[in-house]
Design a protein around this ligand. Structure first.
Ligand code: X8Z
Ligand code: ZN
Length: 616
């Protein structure tokens, strides 16, 4: 609900609200399912799927509205309403999944088979059929989410994540950054017990549906065997790793120059509070510390937004204009009247940005926008969700109203935002002059700090959760397991001694929010594949980082066609229609950053790159 672009997954979690009548109806359907004959027919399978789509559609809107109100007004009561709603919805989702299993092995037409598979694996956290456990799961998930949104410790000391994040990104005082880093992590220890219980219940639910554990369920959603999927993630990471290692090496050397050996060693992992971001997941905010020396300063978009006195709404309008320039229809009036753009002063809201489709015509974003370049990009990210949702909602039946895979959803707005370069900014009057080729390296460095730095983080969050779900990371080693992965993949370490009375994964929204994270890893690879292709269609002949697809209707047409497919075909096919290849492929991201890699390798001469990983 907090990640409503996932709603099409969540519909399965939250299909029923609306009180007794709806519940009753669902009970009836459940018993219909139980009464299916031993050898069901293809006709019954088709009827089952049709019925499931009607059931899921029925309460979609009221569920969205309930979740919207809770996320915009986090209180004891709205949490209770959401918990009740997800309890009912999970019950229906589980019943539909169980019923779908009865058609296993039956020869069916393509769509009926595909939709049955979606019914079986659509839930994110399935509950067991036991009613009490289902109710407990719903209570826990809603509490975890609210704890994060409110940002208060068990002792009722409260922190504002937005303000702490400003310290992380703007302060030049490592002591203040450390304090902000530490304070935010005081909110999460109280989640630990609930989290452990939640894992236990969801695993039981997943097992009842026939999955080994909840992680196996999450990995089963990619049109390929679950193990193959994790192999694909690792394969692509190996492609990006040399570039990441070069970047980490350069950044570490620069931070070592700035802070000295006592704070940043020349050969170990980098302390996590010095990278300009609360989770050290993207490093664009420390650009000034690590920038290549150049006669040409890179465009400071934050400064340009300030100079032009852009309001939050104007930032969103500008992003909408980009989509319109590609041929997308404007967003509806209700988008502008119902979205949340500015953090309210008088109540707790879930500030983590999200995009919602309440029904086929009602689209919104919820975001506590800051007037800076980072949030300008995030606005494009969120609108990408809304335009994707509308494209498939208008073309596809309910069970196909989701992206080709969840990485595609996360990649669309980012793909558009890859065009936010000098060429584009000049075209829309944000800057007067496009920098010459001397500006390339600074720009690529800025982009790499955001995009390349993110890749290992995008990989490890779910490595941690997969380990938690399958028991490899036991409850008494949650925090240890987290930091081992952070060190291993990112070469980033905790700035303070941590122990099992901490629960640092809980300080990252998607963990208490139960939003799978591999999607962002996929998106960071896919967006460059999309960008490369759309640039080709636009007739771009220069380097990829100078390409802007703004205003190109041909590129827009190709993009829209893919969005309209929803999840009706395997993602590999959607990718192929768009790019000619059916494989996840890091060559596009590597092409994009090739000049930077050459530069980094030169800079890193004589430096010792890489880092030792403490053995388990
Ligand atoms: O959560 C998000 C979006 C909403 S789907 C703002 N992102 C990830 C994060 O913030 O951790 C976008 C990039 C990665
Ligand atoms: Zn997103």
């Amino acid at each position: 609900m907090h990640k409503p672009e996932l709603f099409k997954k969540l519909i399965l979690v939250m299909c029923v609200t609306g009180g007794l009548t709806a519940c009753q109806q669902n009970k009836d359907e459940t018993s219909d399912v139980a009464a299916l004959p031993q050898q069901p027919t293809a006709e019954e399978a088709r009827a089952y799927v049709k019925n499931a789509e009607v059931t899921l559609a029925r309460d979609y809107e009221i569920q969205g509205q309930t979740a919207w109100v809770q996320a915009n007004f986090v209180t004891h009561d709205t949490n209770a309403l959401v918990a009740k709603m997800s309890e009912e919805a999970t019950k229906t989702g589980v019943a539909l999944a169980m019923g779908a299993k009865k058609f296993n092995g039956l020869k069916l037409d393509y769509d009926t088979r595909r939709k049955l598979e979606k019914l079986k694996s659509g839930l994110t956290l399935p509950a067991p059929e036991d009613e009490q456990l289902n109710a407990e799961l719903a209570r826990i998930t809603s509490n975890l989410d609210a704890t994060y949104a409110k940002g208060c410790t068990e002792n009722k000391e409260c922190y504002n994540l937005g303000q702490l994040s400003d310290v992380m990104s703007e302060s030049d005082d490592p002591q203040k950054q450390l304090e902000a880093w530490q304070n935010w992590r005081k909110v999460s220890p109280q989640m630990r017990k609930d989290y452990q219980k939640m894992v236990e219940i969801a695993n039981k639910g997943s097992q009842e549906l026939g999955f080994k554990d909840t992680g196996a369920l999450w990995r089963s959603k990619y049109d390929m065997p679950a193990d193959e999927f994790s192999g694909e993630m690792d394969r692509v990471w190996e492609q990006v790793k040399p570039l990441y290692t070069s970047l980490q090496c350069h950044v570490r050397a620069k931070l070592n120059e700035k802070y000295g050996d006592d704070i940043v060693s020349k050969s170990g992992p980098i302390p996590a509070h010095l990278l300009g971001n609360m989770w050290a997941q993207s490093w664009g905010n420390i650009y000034d510390d690590v920038a290549p020396k150049s006669t040409v300063p890179t465009t400071d978009l934050t400064a340009r937004l300030k100079a032009k006195q852009f309001s939050e709404v104007e930032m969103v309008r500008t992003a909408e204009n980009f989509f319109k320039s590609l041929g997308f229809e404007p967003l509806p009036d209700t988008f502008w009247s119902r979205s949340l753009f500015v953090e309210p002063r008088d109540r707790a809201v879930q500030c983590h940005a999200s995009a919602w489709d309440i029904n086929e015509t009602d689209y919104r974003i919820k975001m506590c926008i800051k007037k800076n370049a980072e949030d300008f990009v995030t606005i494009h990210h969120e609108l990408g969700h809304n335009f994707y949702q509308r494209a498939y909602n208008l073309k596809q039946p309910l069970l196909y109203r989701e992206s080709a895979n969840d990485g595609f959803h996360e990649a669309i707005g980012d793909t558009i935002a890859l065009s936010i370069n000098d060429n584009y900014l000049k075209e829309i009057g944000m800057i007067d002059k496009v920098s010459d080729s001397a500006g390339d390296l600074p720009y690529l460095m800025k982009m790499a700090l955001d995009k390349i730095a993110f890749v290992p983080f995008g990989l490890l969050v779910d490595k941690w959760r997969w380990g938690v779900f399958n028991g490899e990371i036991s409850a008494d080693e949650y925090n240890k397991g987290w930091w081992e992965l952070r060190e291993k993949y990112q070469g980033v370490k905790s700035p303070l001694m941590r122990s099992e009375s901490d629960f640092d994964p809980g300080a990252k929204y998607h963990v208490p929010g139960n939003t799978p994270y591999s999607r962002y890893f996929l998106a960071h690879i896919l967006q460059f594949q999309f960008h490369r292709e759309l640039c080709k269609i636009s007739g771009n002949e220069g380097p990829l980082h100078r390409c802007s697809i703004y205003g190109n209707k041909e590129a827009g047409k190709k993009l829209i066609a893919m969005l309209e497919m929803g999840s009706s075909r395997p993602w590999q096919e959607a990718l192929k229609t768009m790019t000619g290849s059916d494989k996840l492929d890091a060559s596009a991201i590597l092409d994009y950053f090739a000049p930077l890699k050459t530069w980094l390798d030169k800079e890193n001469k004589g430096r010792e790159c890489g880092w030792e990983v403490a053995s388990k």
